[in-house]
Design a protein around this ligand. Sequence first.
Ligand code: BES
Ligand code: ZN
Ligand code: ZN
Length: 490
Amino acid sequence: MKVTFAEPKQPTSGVVFIGVAAGEKLSPTAKVLDGITKGALGRAASMGRFSGKLGETVPVLAPAGLEKLTIILIGTGDPKNHDDLAMRKLGAKLVRYMRGTDRRDATFAFDLTGAEKVAQVAYGAVLGRYRFDKYFTKKDKEKQSAPAKLVISVKDAAAARRAYKPLESLGQAMNFTRDLVSEPANIIYPESLAEACVGLRKLGVGVQVLGEPQMEKLGMGALLGVGQGSARGSRLVVMKWNGAAKSKKPVAFIGKGVTFDTGGISIKPSGGMEDMKWDMGGSAAVIGAMHAIAARKAKANVVGVVGLVENMPSSTAQRPGDIVTSMSGQTIEVINTDAEGRLVLADALWYTQSKFKPQIMVDLATLTGAIMVALGHEYAGLFSGDDGLAGKLLKAGEEVGEPLWRMPLNDSFDKQINSDAADMKNVGAGRWGGSTTAAQFLQRFTNDVPWAHLDIAGMAWAYKTKDTMGKGATGFGVQLLDRLVADNYE
Ligand code: BES
Ligand code: ZN
Ligand code: ZN
């Protein structure tokens, strides 16, 4: 969708949304149109229960004198509540309304002041419009993706355009991540996902792809064990953005990239298994964040490391009871081959800390079903022994509308993953506290570098539409990591 900004002028044709604030009868722009249409807007606004609540809509049907114009009144809510997230929601509501029509372009005219606010509406419209519809071959499905064009009418359009610039590239990064997460596993597998990372070179990101022989040399037995049952080769991709002085230690983001998780020999039930195409959501968030950070030329050094594997059952797959040696040298008894994300991250984390000596590490992973039992689809779980880092993440999450909830780590959970046959096992003693035992496992591979783990299993995919997120891939994590860097490391 193309978003442009234009100085206000009298609309004569097309679909025009007119903003009306809560409690306000008609805004100045609306009043002008109301005059021309002999009071049609006022009548529509006073009809029914229209109160100007954010996102509420009333169509004004074919006003006399302006037959070529479709006017929709849209509530902009209480101006006191016009923060970024509210403005984004308004943009999303607007495009969703358009989706129910067969019109492809719209103008949004309202009397908000402030370039930043208008830019946020545009950003929300881009996020709200997103749909993964490339595989529909029928025209009517295509239509539902309207609008193709949005003109935002605002005083000082040039300032709005400037304010929108960074948000435009953030929107591209978000939708890039959502595409990666939405693609099925016959299209996105370790090699093709690595290729998507290579695409970031055009933004100035240094990208290095490690194949299986290189990982074998490094001793990444934990990651390779997960991928060994798949016909697709495993990959580890390193993405580097150098926006600050060489001497400055980087910030590191690490992502779980299981392009499909069947569970392996500990195979999952077939009902809902298709969801496991998005078990690479953590890696997609890291890739999208690298996109966003590079596109806005952030003044920070950032590395993204993603471990890419497919977890399949086959005659070459690892078995429950197998013992693997991780890059750290620590041995792991694989009790359950479905607890594979932690095995992938074990080597990715160890590699990251030993190679880059980062000031912090944050990993993102669709790691456990248990985190959804605890937090539903409302918060991602945050695990960290570092209060400072945890605080920064909580704040960034709140600012961008990607909320986190802090979960515990402690020694008695840690003890649960001791094994009788190796240094540790990949599941806890029972099923209780499963998200924390998973986090304890990861902590053993951080080598005391300040670290946080985000379990995003409940957040990477939405089963119902909410604000700027339609059903499907959310892009959770992209805005959060970008904001974490912007607020603290530039
Ligand atoms: N990828 C899953 C976790 C998951 C489940 C993500 C549902 C999104 C939706 C992970 O690899 C897994 O299978 N975890 C197991 C761990 C268990 C075997 C200890 C789980 O959560 O059941
Ligand atoms: Zn699994
Ligand atoms: Zn998994």
